[in-house]
Design a protein around this ligand. Structure first.
Ligand code: CP3
Length: 352
């Protein structure tokens, strides 16, 4: 029997579109946000960044919150992602990391031996992660009803920076350590799962309403390697995150051959890059998993009519339920922000 609310009681608040789509509920149109929407494609970001180190910007809550809000104001996207970086929780426990412009994270002393593992303790939320929590709280205050997505780097992707000492195309040294010293590797990934979990717990307690685990470089592994060397740590991570009660998205570039594995981690949503058609991902993963993606970020470098044609094709191929519009990887720094504003407006105009 339907329960009738007394007339003086306000209707229950409707959850933000993003959260309803991530949970697989019916929505009037897909929500839209862009990976790497906060940052280098925006002139107002470059202005704030001038004369400051990237990691100092991340560690100053008022400024990190300002950068978090910039793309929401400009593009009218349905979610913010916290302005931070996957290496911030590593820096918080004393790893000597810096982010070099145009290069990415560089680690002073790489992690390659059992003795190096001692440097990877789990961060203390109230001390090590206080600035992260403050940045989330200030962002949420400024966002009103727009939800904030918290994030962390997945154990494999974090390990790739720590072992290589910096960015790497094929992660050869990382994969060599994984194959040569599986016990050391397992312990490394377990520690990194703890660091990622602590970072995400802190963000959710401070107000993040959904989270994304970036396993950007895990596509360099075979399915068998993933099962043996990555899945156990991902399951430990996802188990801790499931206790938080917020939707968890997992994303990796070039992971078409790993989609079932990404879902098997326990994530609620799988991010798909442009190489895998959405109908194929939907058929392989079934209705219990929501999808996010998968416009080629290169389409945003083309004139609007080209971008629109490709966005149309993505929308037409997307599942009716459990779908969030996004790019198949991050916004390229040279993207004209005007194209992103048009793209966000185009998705907002869609109706079921
Ligand atoms: O909108 C957002 O996504 C904002 C927050 C964010 C950043 N990095 C800010 C950033 C997020 C979610 C990340 C995640 C991140 N960082 C990932 C996973 C996502 C992905 O794209 O695959 C990875 C692999 C990193 C490591 C990292 N940090 C890279 C590869 C780079 C780029 C290096 C370069 O300059 O080409 C960074 C630096 C970084 N992180 C910048 C920003 C805005 C550029 C900083 C600058 O120079 O101003």
């Amino acid at each position: 029997m339907a329960l009738l609310l007394p007339p003086d009681r306000p209707a229950p608040p409707v959850a933000p579109l993003l959260l309803r789509a991530l949970r697989g509920e019916e929505v009037p149109r897909p929500p839209v946000w862009f990976m790497r929407q906060a940052g280098r494609s925006l002139p107002e970001y470059r202005e704030l960044r001038r004369g400051r180190r990237m990691l100092d910007l991340c560690g100053t809550p008022e400024l990190a919150a300002e950068v978090t809000l910039q793309p929401v104001r400009r593009h009218g996207v349905d979610a913010a992602i916290l302005f931070s970086d996957i290496v911030v929780p590593l820096e918080a426990v004393g790893v000597d990391v810096e982010i070099r412009p145009g290069v990415g994270p560089v680690i002073g002393t790489p992690v390659r031996t059992r003795a190096d593992l001692a440097r990877l303790r789990e961060p203390e939320p109230d001390t090590d992660l206080a600035a992260l929590a403050a940045a989330v709280r200030l962002s949420c205050d400024g966002l009103g009803d727009t939800p904030l997505i918290g994030f962390a780097g997945a154990p494999f992707t974090l390990a790739s920076y720590l072992v290589e000492g910096g960015p790497s195309k094929a992660q050869a040294r990382t994969r060599a350590l994984m194959l040569a010293e599986p016990a050391l590797w397992a312990e490394l990934l377990e520690r990194l799962a703890g660091i990622a979990a602590a970072a995400i717990e802190t963000q959710v307690r401070a107000g993040a309403q959904a989270v994304q685990v970036f396993d950007s470089w895990v596509g360099s592994l075979s399915a068998e390697q993933y099962d043996r060397h990555v899945l156990p740590a991902m399951r430990v991570l996802m188990q801790r995150l499931s206790a938080l009660g917020v939707p968890v998205i997992v994303f990796g570039l070039g992971t078409g051959h790993l989609l079932e594995r990404l879902a098997a981690t326990g994530a609620d949503v799988v991010g798909v890059d442009w190489r895998t058609p959405l109908p194929e991902a939907a058929a392989r993963l079934g209705p219990g998993i929501a999808l996010q993606g998968n416009l080629d970020p290169a389409a945003c470098l083309a004139p609007w009519d080209v971008c629109e044609r490709h966005a149309r094709a993505v929308l037409d191929s997307a599942p009716a339920r459990g779908y969030v519009f996004n790019l198949g990887h991050g916004v390229q720094p040279q993207t004209d922000p005007g194209i992103l504003t048009q793209l966000a407006a185009y998705v907002r105009e869609q109706h079921a």
